[in-house]
Ligand binder design. Structure first.
Ligand code: GLU
Length: 412
């Protein structure tokens, strides 16, 4: 199933519950604008590379569009389209004053030198600068991009439009970034894990946890859960799964990975298994924090966890979702589970617009408030309507976007 088909299926399940009319569904599903651009840049050896760049602007009924930039070889228009729609629902479920967008370039950034990465990013900005801006569409980091890329993006955009750091979020802290933005998505996953388990009366110490992916999201989620007394028994990255039945020493792995170019390869303080073994381990909580579509109908029956928190975007496809739900496996959906990142992006944008800086404590407190409110609303919606947390989250999000569309006159 294509990525956008999966997202749209989840949308339809919630729209059925809401009895959203057909004409409104069509409006809400179709992206406002999809842009495909040529990105040509010079390699260090003097040759010219040409790659394709995308920006999909899905919906702006609730505010300027917001969403990350992904540099990954699997990026294509359909994936960006699905991720842009997820951003619309994510900002709506957390009640941030934004719509949704996403962008990306189909390339493996690890094959580029830093200078090449910078030239490619600047060429991308040259191609899309007119359609992004602090009041229209605000990019951010996603897979394969980081604060440095955000900095180049801002600098190139400002060459056309003048000083305005609010054009992009996820910037370095010393260059108008927000304290706590880097850890925010992983921290949010951790905060929500604590809230979810409390609801089902499971204590953290009883919850053996496995986390797929040790990038920005997975590593910070692991750290937060470790500090909250969860036995994190397995984490994985491309180099393999690292396992310890008694719980891994996450702080040690965190430091090791940073020193080792964000890879766990070579870490010897744990039992080693193939990367794919992680998903099927006998654990209580499973957190996919890497790519999309990792749990499908092929492997759904091998999943042994009782609870899954979707830290990645779209890690479970709809067929697997139905199979897991039938087995009463509790799933916290991506549009809520990984919303910590865009929430702190919002705080960064607010600070930039006010020329004011928040302390890390304030960022963390407000993140907790935003996610707690969203979680309680989704939980209530799910019990009131006897639907899954995913359908409940989509129902809240769709009804808010629908209402904004009607109020804004966009529906006539
Ligand atoms: N790329 C992140 C996401 O998928 C963050 C987006 C943002 O901060 O705007 O939610």
């Amino acid at each position: 199933m294509r990525a956008s088909e999966s997202t749209n299926l989840y949308f339809q399940q919630a729209a059925d519950q809401l009895k959203t009319p057909e004409w409104m569904r069509k409006m809400l599903l179709m992206p406002k604008r999809e842009v495909t651009v040529q990105v040509s840049f010079e390699r260090d050896n003097g040759s010219v590379e040409t790659v394709v760049g995308y920006r999909v602007q899905h919906d702006n009924a609730r505010g300027p569009m917001k969403g990350g930039l992904r540099y990954h070889p699997a990026v294509d228009l359909d994936e960006v389209r699905a991720l842009a729609a997820l951003m619309t629902w994510k900002t709506a479920v957390t009640e941030l004053p934004y719509g949704g967008a996403k962008g990306g370039i189909a390339i493996d950034p690890k094959t580029l030198s830093k200078k090449e990465l910078e030239r490619m990013t600047r060429a991308f900005v040259d191609a899309i600068h007119e359609i992004v801006g602090p009041d229209t569409d605000i990019p951010a980091p996603d897979m394969g991009t980081n604060h440095e890329v955000m900095s180049w993006f801002r600098n190139q955009w400002e060459k056309y439009h003048g000083f305005n750091p609010a054009v992009i979020t996820g910037k370095p802290v010393e260059e108008y970034g927000a304290k706590g933005r880097e850890e925010a998505t992983g921290r949010g996953v951790g905060l929500l894990a604590v809230k979810l388990l409390k609801r089902v009366n499971v204590r953290p110490e009883q919850c053996r946890t496995a986390i797929q992916g040790f990038g920005n999201v997975g590593s910070h989620a692991s750290k937060f859960l470790f500090e909250s007394a969860f036995p994190v028994v397995a984490v994985s990255d491309l180099s393999g799964t690292y396992y310890n039945a008694k719980g891994l020493n996450i702080p040690e792995m965190f430091t090791y990975s940073i020193k080792n170019g964000n890879r766990l390869e070579g870490f010897t303080g744990a039992e080693r298994m193939p990367a794919e073994a992680l998903l099927e381990l006998d654990v209580d909580l499973l957190i996919p924090a890497a790519l999309g579509d990792v749990i499908t109908k092929e492997n759904a029956s091998s999943i042994r966890a009782k609870t899954i928190i979707e830290a990645a975007n779209g890690p479970i496809d709809p067929e697997a979702d139905a199979l897991l739900s039938a087995r009463r496996i509790l799933i916290l959906p991506d549009i809520l589970a990984n919303a910590g990142g865009v929430t702190v992006s919002y705080f960064e944008w607010v600070q930039n617009r006010q020329h004011y800086r928040w302390t890390l404590d304030r960022v963390r407190q407000e993140l907790d408030h935003t996610l707690s409110d969203a979680f309680e609303n989704v939980w209530q919606q799910s019990s009131n309507h006897d639907v899954s947390l995913r359908t409940a989250a989509f129902m809240l999000a769709i009804s808010r976007v629908q209402r904004a569309t009607e109020l804004g006159g966009g529906a006539v």
